[in-house]
Write a protein of this length. Structure first.
Length: 364
């Protein structure tokens, strides 16, 4: 619990005023007693002046205390001091203007004592002297009053701000729309710039990665190219042997037509050679190509050979003509239908009696 402070500023003022008033009252009482004794020469009269000053202290506090509880005490204190001053001033004027009157001084002394008693009663009444708590409450009220004034001032400022804000809020919607459109345009421009920057960074990063990859490839030794596989040796060309003979005519010279004897070789051999063939080549094609290379004329039609080197069928009798055999065998189909594969031995033989003289027993 907080202890109340006694010697406050108000308490000191009350004590000072009470002390001065008490000193003045005592001095005035003695001065009045001496004045009465000087004028009357009677100690009884002087004693009565002093004694009558004690009566208000016995009766007056009991009578005026209830009234003081209901009325402002400060007014009693001030009124008491003013009454004392007026009575003392009146006493001085009385002495200056009128003769001495014991009854008048006796009444004046009683009035002065009543005023002093009322003042002391108010001064010493409980609760008259403000405590520290009361002073703190008074200070708080002052501060609250000041704060209230400040709050009011702040309220005015807030009201002014509110009015300004209201005025700002009442701006035309057109201006707000224009600001919004401008802001949207700025945001779109910022987004576009951001996209451009990101695209530039992406391209730069891609370029950097490509350069690094290129540098790494340059640093790594390139693998030697593998040696090309050797080309396969060409397959040996297929070939056949070709033999053309009219040796049977030598034994039948008497049957020869005019001029035939002159074209018959002495040994009867017209051509003996080896011919390189191509795939799918026939006996007829090999005969024509080989004879063409040797300058030997060949007369043929389709699969049938009529004459070689000027020697034709029936030049040596009616049963004479050319036959061919492959590997000693006389085929039963034309020379153009016989397909060669390589390595064959081809013979073209002139017969004088339907093949019997060349070994073709089937025809003979």
């Amino acid at each position: 619990m907080k202890t109340a402070k006694l010697w406050t500023s108000n308490f000191r003022l009350v004590i000072l005023a009470s002390a001065m008033g008490t000193i003045g009252a005592i001095a005035g009482s003695f001065a009045l007693a001496f004045l009465v004794f000087d004028k009357t020469g009677s100690t009884l009269a002087s004693a009565l002046i002093v004694a009558i000053q004690l009566l208000p202290y016995l009766l007056l506090p009991v009578l005026i205390a209830p009234l003081m509880d209901r009325l402002p005490r400060k007014a009693f204190l001030v009124a008491g001091d003013l009454a004392n001053a007026a009575l003392l001033a009146g006493m001085g004027l009385w002495l200056m203007a009128f003769d001495f009157s014991y009854v008048g001084y006796l009444a004046l002394s009683l009035l002065l004592t009543c005023a002093a008693c009322g003042k002391k009663t108010v001064s010493y009444a409980p609760g008259n002297i403000p405590t520290a708590k009361q002073e703190q409450t008074a200070d708080t009220r002052k501060n609250d009053t000041a704060e209230t004034g400040t709050t009011k001032a702040d309220g005015k400022q807030d009201a002014a701000k509110t009015e300004d804000k209201t005025a700002d809020d009442k701006k035309p919607d057109k201006q707000k729309s224009a600001d919004d459109a401008k802001k949207a345009e700025e945001d779109a421009k910022k987004q576009e710039d951001t996209k451009k920057q990101e695209e530039a960074k992406r391209l730069e990063e891609q370029k950097r990665l490509e350069e690094e990859k290129k540098q790494q490839e340059q640093k790594q030794p390139s693998a030697p190219d593998p040696d090309p596989a050797p080309a396969p040796d060409p397959a040996p060309a297929a070939s056949v042997s070709l033999y053309i003979s009219c040796a049977t005519v030598l034994n039948n010279m008497d049957k020869c037509s005019d001029g035939v004897k002159d074209i018959i070789p002495a040994d009867g051999v017209i051509l003996s050679t080896t011919v390189t063939i191509t795939e799918g080549e026939s006996v007829m094609s090999v005969l024509k190509r080989a004879c063409g290379d040797a300058g030997i004329p060949v007369s043929s039609s389709s699969n049938y050979v009529r004459g070689i080197n000027g020697l034709f069928e029936k030049n040596v009798g009616r049963s004479s003509g050319w036959m061919y055999c492959v590997g000693g065998t006389f085929p039963s189909y034309g020379a153009d239908s016989y397909t060669l594969s390589g390595g064959e031995n081809i013979q073209w033989l002139y017969t004088c009696n339907m093949g019997a003289d060349v070994g073709n027993t089937y025809m003979g």
